[in-house]
Write a protein that binds this ligand. Structure first.
Ligand code: ARG
Length: 304
């Protein structure tokens, strides 16, 4: 049986699910798309090609192999987007929580049943239907669980709002000993530069005590400030709206001192290296056009 273990974003990775871009399906219509950046590239006639995205994900698979990480891939569903494994479920401590994801993405979970079947069934949790939640919004951090949410009354108007208050409460009930801290995120259905689709689109811890953050991704400045104080200003790499749009906070940690990052993020990568973090560079520029990046395409199962 697989012994799940996730306490944070950065401990040494042992096992992970990495999404697939195979049989990604035809270019979606604007109505079919569910994030503003994809819509932008559909309109421009520049939606990413499957063959290029497969190659990009192979670069990540190769880095993970180099670090002896066990890599599981979803089984292929014909003509279905399965790149962003992060959102379909997530692990906190020894529990796997099945996400109640956007209906457009509901089938993605079937493709990882063969992995879920290796887990202790007692540790596989399905939340009530009224709890919307996606893994991109969930970050265990030691005693804390950080959760991106949207508290607006107009929640249902936003296809970009993926985690609701009911889910935040449900997570607190499952982990009563943890401090659940939720963050109200800025949502836009039509402007990707003003849309924090998930918490990992505007924030992520990295290294021992550092974090990447975009202020305007947070609707409540006090919540952004709370994070800055928590990590300490000197440990923060601030990104602007353009950098959020490029998905600069969405790198992926293999360990406290090893990250996978996009070669395009020259400023961030220099900063990381200046703090003695090894940066394994890949190019994820085509996948970035779907408003997701490295963290979004991975679902960690075991960290040491
Ligand atoms: N964890 C993430 N940030 N995932 C990004 C998912 C992107 C995908 N296009 C969606 O809208 O669902």
């Amino acid at each position: 049986m697989m012994q799940l273990n996730i306490q944070n974003e950065t401990s040494r990775l042992k096992a992970v699910i990495l999404g697939i871009a195979n049989s990604n399906g035809p270019v979606p219509s604007i109505e079919e798309a569910y994030d503003p950046k994809s819509i932008e590239f559909i309109k421009k006639g520049a939606y990413p090609k499957e063959i290029d995205m497969i190659e990009e994900m192979e670069q990540v698979a190769a880095v993970l192999r180099k670090y002896n990480v066990d890599v599981f891939r979803p089984k292929k569903i014909e003509n279905y987007n399965q790149i962003f494994a992060r959102d379909i479920g997530f692990v906190i401590e020894d529990k796997f929580i099945r996400a109640n994801i956007l209906p457009d993405r509901e089938q993605e979970i079937e493709a990882i049943h063969y992995v879920i079947n290796q887990m202790n069934p007692e540790n596989v949790i399905v939340l009530p239907e009224d709890c919307h939640i996606e893994g991109g919004d969930i970050m265990p951090h030691g005693d804390y669980i950080f959760i991106g949410t949207y508290r607006g009354k107009d929640y249902s108007d936003y296809i970009t709002a993926r985690t609701n208050i009911e889910a935040v409460k449900a997570i607190q009930n499952i982990f009563p000993e943890k401090k659940v801290k939720s963050f109200n995120l800025r949502k836009s259905n039509n402007n990707a530069k003003a849309n924090a689709l998930h918490l990992d689109c505007c924030f992520q811890p990295v290294g021992k005590n550092k974090a990447i953050i975009h202020k305007n991704g947070f609707l409540d400045e006090a919540e952004y400030q709370w994070l800055v104080n928590f990590f300490g200003k000197e440990n923060i790499f601030e990104i602007d709206a353009e950098e959020m749009y490029q998905m600069t906070s969405n790198i992926f940690s293999i360990a406290e001192d090893v990250v996978i990052s996009d070669r395009y993020f020259t400023g961030l990568n220099t900063w990381l290296r200046s703090h003695n973090i090894i940066v394994e560079e890949v190019s994820y520029r085509e996948i970035a056009k779907q408003e997701g990046l490295l963290r979004c395409s991975t679902l960690p199962l075991i960290r040491a």
